[in-house]
Design a binder for this molecule. Structure first.
Ligand SMILES: [Zn+2]
Length: 257
């Protein structure tokens, strides 16, 4: 009796299992984003001799100390310093569903274990710790602990080779502004002030995406006097005194740089 009962119970469990947990694909992957702030462009390299193979190494000019951000919401489950070997200082984020991301060779940490993070949360800074020969971010996506091919917004990274990836991570907080100079082009500066080097210009009437705002040199322009500067790209700032945003001061929901 016992044996027969057990086999019946096992059959019932199998049926129940097949009803409750249908065979099929794993939970959908999170919508992973490029692990850098909105609007930044980074060169991402994959190579077959990388360890693990599907990791991406990210670089850009003068990247030492640049902020690294969470590529999807989750819970930080490792903030570890391996010293002069391997990943060096690294963070792991658990995104649920078996998905984790790794951020290695960091210069420093900005999160702690157990912390919940959302898109765009700064978790640390680009460094060259551990087994690294120069500043870069070593980034991985894993499923159930296994290295998987990296995807951003569901799109496969380039395997193998080097490609520029532009971040749309946490871009929900951007705004659109309209440049109004009453004629002349508006000078774009490398930082939030008239003392920063000119790095280009935008035409009167141009629409610009404002990624963040910060305070800088006080400027009197079309819309009065303001010390607010708008970042409209990587290392590109314009005075808010010449930009119609619909707001006199800081724009709600747009982050401070
Ligand atoms: Zn690497």
């Amino acid at each position: 009796m016992r044996g027969r009962w057990s086999s019946l119970a096992a059959a019932a469990l199998l049926v129940a299992g097949s009803l409750l947990v249908p065979a099929g694909p794993a939970l959908a992957a999170p919508a992973f984003k490029v692990p850098f702030p909105c609007g930044q462009s980074w060169s991402g390299q994959t190579r077959s001799d990388h360890s693990p193979a599907y990791a991406v190494d990210f670089n850009r000019t003068d990247d030492l100390g640049d902020p690294v951000v969470a590529s999807a919401p989750g819970t930080v489950d490792r903030v570890t310093d391996l010293g002069g070997t391997s990943y060096g200082k690294y963070v792991r984020i658990d995104h649920g569903g078996g998905y984790t991301t790794y951020y290695a060779h960091l210069n420093g940490f900005n999160v702690s274990v157990g912390q919940s993070v959302g898109y765009g949360r700064v978790i640390g800074w680009v460094g060259s710790t551990g087994g690294s020969t120069g500043p870069h971010l070593h980034y991985e996506q894993r499923l159930n602990g296994n290295d998987i091919q990296v995807r951003f917004n569901g799109t496969l990274a380039l395997y193998w080779g080097t490609k520029t990836y532009t971040s749309d991570n946490n871009c929900a907080g951007t705004a659109t502004g309209t440049v109004n100079t009453a004629g002349a082009d508006l000078t774009v500066r490398s930082g939030p002030g008239t003392g920063y080097a000119p790095v280009g210009s935008v035409a009167d009437g141009a629409k610009v995406t404002i990624y963040c705002q910060t305070s800088g040199t006080t400027v009197t322009g079309t819309y009065g006097t303001s010390s607010i500067w708008d970042r409209i790209g990587t290392g590109r700032y314009i005075s808010d005194a010449y930009v119609y945003t619909g707001y006199d001061g800081y724009i709600p929901n747009v982050p401070r740089c």
